[in-house]
Design a protein around this ligand. Structure first.
Ligand SMILES: Nc1ncnc2c1ncn2[C@@H]1O[C@H](COP(=O)(O)OP(=O)(O)OP(=O)(O)O)[C@@H](O)[C@H]1O
Length: 303
């Protein structure tokens, strides 16, 4: 297994705020690696230290054999960082932005290839300010990858995009990966992490809480639940049933999270039978990363 990034015991404070606290992980060549967590978790700070923009207070970072904040120039030839849309001149046309960035690199062939892959041809003469959010993301993705970087860094790439544009962006990111780039992105959209990322590092309060494939995280964490509809069962009763970790209720629909599905099901059915209560559409369901995330956060608040 080849690692392109290795981060060890990374920490960063801003005054009294401990933004990142002793985080360690590695990124494998060719994967789409997600850094996930809620607002203020420390995702951007972690990413910017790896990109060499911020200097860590302690810990070490190795990106393609380089130390980012000390060898930034060499690093920048091998990595691509997606700019925020706001940092591109509003009046600049797509073609002009591509030409400007391409002038930094010997990348003419790559420009044509990217224009085709990202479907930019029809927008070449449109000014940046007149592009929709989805198109702006395509252009900034092209600008970040003109020089065929080994690693592409994307900070919240689908922020503000509608679901359709988000899915299109995922397809483009997968294409970039298939062409040989490693992708590191941050997101707070759990669906994005599940659908797009090969592995995720879950960060909050500046600490690494989980690191694995999204599916493995769900399996390990008992991210399984029972769903059913009932008008009769009291919410409080469900909370007290053996194995139950959490109960969500919306109208008549219950979601019961359990660390022992069989035991919990048995007790729910026994209770309904004894009390003569009705229960409909009972089924086992797979939890999402979102559920898992909420579960972690609630556990933390309770401690
Ligand atoms: N330049 C800074 N000066 C002071 N505090 C900062 C600075 N940058 C980040 N922080 C603080 O560090 C913590 C982590 O912020 P960071 O931006 O890394 O989180 P994030 O997970 O990327 O969240 P978001 O999605 O909201 O950007 C937050 O408490 C934030 O307020």
């Amino acid at each position: 297994m080849t690692f392109v990034i290795k981060v060890e015991s990374l920490s960063k404070n801003f005054g009294r705020v401990q933004a990142v606290k002793g985080v360690s992980f590695s990124v494998e060549k060719g994967e789409i690696f997600g850094i996930i967590g809620p607002n203020g978790a420390g995702k951007t700070t972690t990413l910017e230290m790896i990109e060499g923009i911020l200097k860590p207070d302690s810990g070490s970072i190795d990106v393609l054999g380089l130390t980012p904040n000390r060898q930034l120039q060499q690093l920048n030839q091998q990595i691509g960082v997606q700019f925020q849309s706001a940092s591109i001149q509003k009046k600049m046309k797509v073609k002009e932005a591509l030409d400007l960035f391409a002038a930094f690199y010997p990348g003419e062939a790559r420009k044509a290839q990217l224009v085709e892959m990202l479907g930019l041809e029809e927008k070449m003469n449109v000014r940046f300010e007149n592009l929709s959010g989805g198109w702006k993301q395509r252009v900034t993705l092209a600008l970040a990858t003109l020089h065929q970087p080994e690693i592409v860094f994307l900070d919240e790439p689908s922020m503000g995009l509608d679901p359709h544009a988000r899915r299109e962006l995922w397809t483009l990111i997968r294409k970039l990966r298939d062409q040989g780039s490693t992708i590191v992105l941050t997101t707070h959209y759990m669906e994005e992490a599940e659908q797009l990322c090969d592995r995720v590092a879950m960060i909050y309060s500046g600490e690494l809480r989980a690191l694995d494939r999204p599916s493995a995280l769900l399996e390990k964490s008992g991210g399984q639940l029972i769903t059913f509809q009932s008008r009769d069962i009291p919410y409080v009763k469900l909370r007290s049933i053996p194995g139950v970790v959490k109960v969500d209720k919306e109208d008549d629909t219950f979601k019961v999270y359990s660390d022992d599905l069989q035991l919990t099901s048995y007790h729910i059915f026994t209770y309904c039978h004894q009390e003569n209560l009705s229960l409909m559409h009972f089924q086992f369901a797979k939890g999402t990363l979102e559920d898992l995330f909420v579960h972690y956060l609630e556990k933390e608040e309770a401690e």
